[in-house]
Write a protein that binds this ligand. Structure first.
Ligand code: GLN
Length: 195
């Protein structure tokens, strides 16, 4: 069962895409929605400051953090990437801090608020990347060699994988391309094989 954080943002789109490729999902709107066992967690796009506030106010932070730190595979998009980052430019408060990168919010400025680019995401070729008031990754925390950089667009890191976490600045759930969600399901099945 994959838990999709559903306190705010684009959770329905992730649910539709994951169900289309055969996964079972539960929307996590409140603490009691979080099952004791989760195979995967999706952190969705939206507004990271609102999401962070709600995760804490609804008492969901500790349980989610425990799942993430225990190695449950995580797919994070856009605001979700910001929730995972261990540093946010401008000294903004972080949330889970489990991903050793520094992100900059709303990093493309007003003119480029929303745009699409095509690029390779690791081994996945020609992926349509939809950016919406997106962050980008300014840097990987120094000395950390376990972060795989999956995409650089215009000199900016937009997608990484680190241990159980795959995070991107763009929105695969708003396209018809299911390959990144399929990759996430593969991370889950590899994880279950190890456990
Ligand atoms: N700008 C948003 C934030 O900082 C992220 C945008 C998105 O998720 N599409 O939270």
């Amino acid at each position: 069962m994959i838990g999709i954080l559903a306190v705010q943002g684009a959770f329905e789109e992730h649910k539709n895409m994951l169900e289309k490729i055969g996964a079972r999902c539960v929307l996590l709107r409140k603490l009691s929605d979080i099952p004791p066992e989760l195979d995967g967690i999706v952190l969705v796009g939206g507004e990271s400051t609102v999401q962070r506030k709600l995760i804490k106010e609804l008492g969901m932070f500790d349980v989610l953090k425990k799942h993430i730190d225990s190695g449950v595979p995580v797919l994070a998009t856009c605001a979700g990437l910001i929730l995972l980052a261990d540093e946010i430019s401008g000294n903004e408060d972080t949330c889970f801090g489990s991903l050793p990168v520094r992100v900059r919010r709303n990093a493309y400025g007003r003119q480029l608020g929303s745009f699409t680019a095509i690029g390779d995401i690791g081994d996945i070729k020609n992926f349509p990347m939809r950016f919406i008031r997106a962050p980008y990754i300014e840097s990987v925390t120094s000395g950390n060699n376990d972060v795989d950089i999956l995409n650089v667009t215009d000199g900016k890191i937009t997608a990484v994988r680190y241990k159980n976490q795959i995070a991107m600045a763009f929105h695969p759930e708003l396209t018809n391309d299911t390959r990144l969600h399929e990759e996430f399901l593969q991370m889950i099945s590899r994880n279950n094989r190890i456990l």
